[in-house]
Ligand binder design. Structure first.
Ligand SMILES: NC(=O)c1ccc[n+]([C@@H]2O[C@H](COP(=O)([O-])OP(=O)(O)OC[C@H]3O[C@@H](n4cnc5c(N)ncnc54)[C@H](O)[C@@H]3O)[C@@H](O)[C@H]2O)c1
Length: 461
């Protein structure tokens, strides 16, 4: 029976996942370790580095009891009988597979560190999202320890969604565990199954081969993103034909074969996973000599880029073909509501297009700190950091963001935007006052009654 778990990587996945495992398994000591000392320090305060509804309550219950956050990586590895690897696996930005393949150097480093430190047998669990057959590389590295410790490698991809991470972890649709189909592999699968079975019904714990589990995570994200790109492609057609994308989505979603979820048209999906995982899938297909399959999935990304570009171009064209010197209020910067994560957020790319046309952007987001917003836009290296500071302002007051603006762009679906005093905002804007609703979040009829000119995804008013 597992008594001691170590998780390498205290990010959006490692932190919340381990907090729930610790909460539900008071007899297991769970240590979450990271090289980022600042992040670990924050996990030990009530200002957690990750914002998720309900997370602080979970952490507070388990922290100091059987949940620990530290930078003691080697000691925690040595003590543990099960080690989760939950480090980041970004898209490669250089060399072979640049722009597509997953950068596995952090995962490889973890495997090497485990190999060099471990003196007893361990189960190593891939929690990070990885290309299919990564476990083979991990096994090879682990087999070279020279100190007789034996390892079983499992794949246990995480399906939580940011913004609902705690609910997703508490009540998952399924938990997936893949492992070798040998007696030792099956035993390891059972050990991890027992950890989850403390709160997840057994029938929701799916056990598979290692490669099926690794590939399932990439496939699940590709299917989810594909639904968004599919409805977004239809949104463009709605705008030119007079059909309404929300009505179309509702009506097709009523078909139980299609289902209603993930059919919300928007300015485009963001987040750290969808794009990265599909690019990874595309790369794998090319690597294994399947160019037609690669092209099929790549189109999901291309359509998403098109949607962000289309939204920005619509703003520029509607504002009489130029936004130069015009104030544009951007409501939202996070890639979706209820998270402070901005990775691959549509807001970044929409802003970049508008800044190219010399717009003055004022950003308001309820959770994203100013320094992340500047870091995101500087990261694109489209213009100097000084120029970005000159053209883009971050404010803590949405009314200030909108004051004297020519247009408002809604890019994140934060609930609070609905309850603003829209009459007051309208009164203080330049006329004609435009709203570009990239999420179809607001009550358009009411806004038009006030006097706003509304442009929204998949609508033709
Ligand atoms: N964010 C999500 O919603 C989500 C959902 C499912 C799966 N995933 C996958 O989970 C993995 C982690 O994602 P995340 O969002 O938590 O990333 P993250 O960037 O928030 O966290 C990763 C952490 O790993 C740490 N780290 C990197 N190398 C290390 C090392 N050698 N030793 C110790 N710590 C190290 C980093 O300092 C960082 O704090 C990725 O593979 C991602 O694709 C993410």
């Amino acid at each position: 029976m597992i008594k001691n778990i170590c998780c390498i990587g205290a990010g959006y996945v490692g932190g919340p996942t381990m907090a729930v495992i610790a909460l539900k398994n008071p007899n297991i000591k769970v240590s979450v370790v990271d090289i980022n000392a600042e992040r670990i320090a924050a996990w030990n305060t009530n200002e957690l580095p990750v914002y998720e509804p309900g997370l602080l309550e979970v952490v507070k219950q388990a922290r100091g009891r059987n949940l620990f956050f530290s930078t003691e990586i080697e000691g925690s590895i040595r003590e543990a009988d099960m080690i989760f690897i939950s480090v980041n696996t970004p898209t490669k930005t250089f060399g072979v597979g640049k722009g597509r393949a997953a950068d596995l150097r952090f995962v490889e480093l973890c495997a090497r560190q485990i190999a060099s430190v471990a003196t007893t047998n361990k189960i190593v669990v891939e929690k990070s999202t990885l290309p299919v057959r990564t476990a083979q590389a991990i096994k090879t590295i682990l087999s070279e320890t020279g100190n007789h410790a034996k390892f079983q490698v499992l794949s246990n991809p995480e399906f939580l969604a940011e913004g609902t991470a705690v609910d997703d972890l508490m009540n998952p649709d399924r938990v997936l565990i893949g492992g070798d189909q040998t007696p030792e592999g099956l035993k390891a699968i059972e050990e991890l199954t027992a950890v989850y079975a403390s709160w997840v019904p057994r029938e929701r714990i799916i056990q598979t081969r290692l490669w099926s589990s690794e590939l399932t995570k990439l496939t699940a994200n590709a299917f989810l993103a594909q639904r968004i790109s599919s409805i977004n492609s239809i949104s463009a057609l709605c705008e030119v034909t007079g059909a309404d994308v929300d009505e179309v989505a509702f009506a097709i979603g009523a078909d139980t074969r299609i289902g209603a979820k993930f059919l919300k048209s928007s300015v485009g999906f963001g987040g750290s996973c969808f794009q990265k995982d599909i690019l990874n899938l595309v790369y794998l297909c090319e690597f294994f000599g399947l160019p037609d399959v690669a092209k099929y999935w790549e189109q999901v990304i291309l359509l998403n880029d098109y949607q962000k570009r289309r939204f920005a171009m619509n703003i520029i064209q509607t504002l009489f073909n130029t936004v130069s010197g015009k104030k544009i209020a951007m409501l939202g910067w996070a890639f979706k509501k209820d998270t402070n994560d901005t990775r691959e957020s549509a807001a970044i790319y929409v802003s970049d297009h508008l800044l190219n046309d010399m717009a003055n952007i004022w950003v308001y987001d309820p959770k994203v700190p100013e320094k992340s917003i500047y870091a995101d836009i500087d990261y694109l290296e489209t213009r100097s950091s000084e120029k970005n500071k000159e053209l883009l302002t971050v404010t803590h007051d949405p009314y200030e963001a909108c004051k004297n603006a020519h247009a408002i762009a809604v890019v994140t679906e934060w609930d609070e935007f609905r309850s603003y005093d829209w009459q007051k905002i309208y009164d203080n804007m330049m006329k004609p006052a435009f709203i570009f609703d990239g999420r179809n979040l607001l009550d358009h009829k009411k806004l038009m009654e006030i006097g706003f000119k509304v442009k929204a995804i998949g609508k033709s008013y």
